[in-house]
Design a binder for this molecule. Structure first.
Ligand code: SF4
Length: 212
C-alpha cells in the first residue's frame, strides 16, 4: 500500500472509530488483516453458534478456516452439499449467536451502508443474531453518507455481481445501470445509522487497503 494511503488511513481510522462509538457500535481499528482476525476471534466466545454472509473480506482473512478448527457450532453455508442445504444454513445463520460480514461502505461519521440481493446478510445485520461482527478495510470509508451510498451502489455492487450467476448489466459493462433485472444483486439497500441494542454490532476497521 502506498505510504500516503497508509498515512490517510492511520489519521482517519481513530476518527471513524470514535464516530462509530458515538453511534453505539463497538468499534476497533487494526493495522493489519492478521490483527483483525485475531481480534474478531477474541470477540466470539467458545461454544458460540456462528454464521456469516458472503464477503471477499472474510475470504481474504481466512477466518472461516479458523472457525472450522475452533470450538464453535457453524452454519457453514460454504460446505453445503446442495443448494437446498445451503439455503437452510443461511436461514439458520439468522439465529446464530454471532454473524460475521463486511460492509459495502461506511461513512466517516459512523454509518454502515449495505446492498443485498437475497437479503440474508442485511436481515442478520438488522435483527436475529445476538452479535454481528463487521470487518472492513479502510478503503470502504467515504466522507459522507451520500458518498457511502454511491460507493455501495457503483463500486461494491458491480464487483459483487461476479460472485453470482446472471445477466445484470454491470456484469457486461462494469458500470451500475441502477437496473431492476431479476438477476440484480441490489434488491435492498440498508443504512445502519446506529447499533441497537448498543454494541450488538461490532465494527473492525483494517488499515491495510484490501482493494475491494
Ligand atoms: S447494474 Fe443492477 S445489479 Fe449491477 S450494481 Fe447496478 S443495480 Fe446492482
Amino acid at each position: 500500500m502506498h505510504e500516503f494511503v497508509q498515512k490517510r488511513n492511520e489519521k482517519l481510522a481513530p476518527i471513524v472509530v470514535a464516530n462509530l462509538k458515538r453511534h453505539f457500535f463497538d468499534a476497533y481499528s487494526c493495522a493489519t488483516s492478521a490483527e483483525a482476525k485475531i481480534l474478531a476471534l477474541s470477540l466470539i466466545p467458545a461454544g458460540s453458534s456462528v454464521g456469516w454472509g458472503g464477503s471477499m473480506t472474510l475470504d481474504a482473512l481466512g477466518i472461516k478456516d479458523d472457525l472450522r478448527a475452533g470450538d464453535y457450532r457453524l452454519f457453514d453455508r460454504d460446505l453445503a452439499k446442495s443448494p437446498d442445504e445451503r439455503v437452510e444454513l443461511m436461514r439458520g445463520a439468522l439465529t446464530a449467536d454471532v454473524f460475521l460480514m463486511s460492509s459495502n461502505a461506511i461513512s466517516a461519521d459512523g454509518q454502515l451502508v449495505n446492498i443485498d440481493g437475497n437479503g440474508n446478510r442485511l436481515a442478520a445485520l438488522i435483527y436475529g443474531p445476538k452479535a454481528v461482527i463487521v470487518i472492513a478495510g479502510m478503503n470502504k470509508i467515504e466522507a459522507t453518507l451520500d458518498l457511502a451510498l454511491e460507493r455501495a451502489q457503483t463500486v461494491a455492487a458491480p464487483i459483487n455481481t461476479g460472485r453470482f450467476p446472471g445477466k445484470s448489466p454491470c456484469r457486461t459493462t462494469g458500470v451500475c445501470a441502477r437496473c431492476f433485472s431479476e438477476d440484480s444483486v441490489c434488491a435492498t439497500v440498508a443504512v445502519t445509522r446506529f447499533s441497537k441494542p448498543a454494541n450488538r454490532v461490532k465494527v473492525i476497521l483494517i488499515n491495510e487497503n484490501l482493494g475491494f
